[in-house]
Ligand binder design. Structure first.
Ligand code: GAL
Length: 431
């Protein structure tokens, strides 16, 4: 095992999402989804981990972890609780939180949509209704008008592909539908909403004379490798790549709709990214299967591969492959906007972090501009339909008292952040 050092300007931090940590909000699509009994372990985002009331305590933890940056998301349903009516109290709360981060020397990266919708939007057909585009744009304008003087870095939408597929193809997330036509409409609307938001953020901040605006999407990207390189297997793994990533990336970067979403440029052709955000977790080994119900495919991991608690392959080289591929295409700084693992016993997270950062170091040495790394996630939290029992955090949270405790992996990551790398001593101590 080798030591390594990342460049001085590289930023390390952690990422979270409002719905997964805040608690207290009953006005969003995931609250209802939990009420309807869809969460596997019966836990509920209305509790989450009480971050809304523990902002200062959690920022103290980030300081302890030597985080230089923090990716947070804003809950639309709190900021616009009723269609067209904005809550000064909610936006003030976020402003206060962001000011505290800045005081602590932690640079904020703010996500505007991370999987959860206000109930009024959900009941209006959510993203499948074209109205969502203009409604999102108005919300973004409101937020950036209030926060644009202190926030330069924005993510418009987190993982549009994962949201659309889980909500409208697999039917596992709210509103629980299985409809290709809704998937297509909703995906198209999310692309248009990103472009409108990209323009709105730039124009509002330009109006404030702010020149350092950075806007992007957090793209969930996986490697799809064929199990055996047969024509049918290759066809199905390419199809996964196209439907899961390519149609979203092409739309959100240049405004182009490709089949099956549409064709051409419904808005202006442009460049709608200042950085390229990558959420990387795993790869899928894909083969063709003669069964329509399973989308003519089987996704699995190679026998003997290391997997996490959710059965996802741990494949650090995939991070290298993906960053290289998209850097060569887009040539803008890459932010790893999420990377982490579900590991209840905190047995393999340290190695996971080491192995993935090692790949990042290699990428940088090969001239690929990776500039930031956000570990998913700061503390154990509400992991969507898995509930609170899937543990991705560097910090554990007691389910009753909400007491936070830095795990061994958190201690390791804290040293990684302060060293901006891994030293020989750290390898001896932790690995
Ligand atoms: C991502 C998502 C996060 C988090 C993570 C771990 O897809 O953006 O909210 O849940 O996966 O599964």
């Amino acid at each position: 095992m080798n030591s390594f050092k990342l460049p001085g300007g590289f930023l390390l931090g952690t990422a979270t999402a409002s719905l997964q940590i805040e608690g207290g909000d009953r006005n969003n699509s995931w609250y209802r989804w939990a009420e309807e009994g869809h969460i596997k372990d019966g836990t509920h985002p209305v509790n989450a981990v009480d971050h809304w009331n523990r902002v200062e305590e959690d920022i103290e933890i980030m300081k302890k972890l030597n985080n230089q940056t923090y990716r947070l998301s804003l809950e639309w349903s709190r900021i616009e609780p009723v269609r067209g009516k904005f809550s000064k109290e909610a936006i003030d709360h976020y402003r206060w939180e962001i000011e505290k981060l800045i005081e602590a020397g932690i640079k904020p990266l703010v996500t505007l949509h991370h999987f959860s919708n206000p109930l009024w939007l959900e009941d209006n057909g959510a993203w499948v209704n074209h109205e969502a585009v203009g409604l999102f744009e108005r919300y973004v304008q409101y937020v950036v008008t209030y926060l644009g003087d202190i926030v330069s870095d924005w993510i418009t939408i987190n993982e549009p592909n994962v949201y659309m597929i889980n909500s409208y193809m697999f039917g596992e997330w709210p509103p629980g539908e299985k409809s290709i036509s809704k998937f297509i409409k909703g995906s198209r609307n999310m692309i248009l909403a990103h472009i409108k938001a990209y323009k709105a953020i730039h124009s509002v901040r330009e109006g404030m004379n702010q020149k350092d605006t950075m806007v992007g999407v957090a793209n969930h990207l996986r490697v799809f490798d064929s199990k055996k390189k047969t024509p049918l297997n290759n066809w199905i793994s390419n199809l996964y790549d196209r439907m899961f990533q390519e149609i979203f990336i092409t739309g959100m970067t240049e405004g182009k709709l490709i089949s099956p979403l549409g064709s051409g440029y419904p808005l202006e052709k442009g460049k709608y990214y200042d950085f390229f955000g990558i959420n990387y977790y795993t790869r899928d080994i894909v083969s063709f299967k003669m069964n329509a119900a399973s989308l003519f495919s089987k996704r699995e991991v190679f026998e003997g591969s290391a997997v996490n608690d959710l059965g996802w392959e741990i494949y650090p080289e995939g991070l290298y492959r993906i960053c290289k591929k998209y850097y060569e295409r887009f040539k803008v700084p890459i932010f790893i906007t999420e990377n982490g693992t579900s590991d209840e016993k905190d047995e393999f997270r340290i190695k996971y972090i080491y192995d993935h950062l090692y790949q990042i170091n290699k990428l940088i040495n090969d001239g690929i501009e990776v500039q930031r790394y956000y570990h998913w996630t700061l503390m154990d939290n509400f992991e969507w339909i898995e509930g609170l029992s899937s543990k991705f955090g560097l910090v554990s949270v007691d389910p009753v008292s909400y007491e936070r405790k830095v795990k061994e992996s958190g201690k390791f990551y804290s040293e990684v952040c302060s060293e901006k790398g891994v030293t020989k001593e750290m390898i001896k101590k932790y690995l």
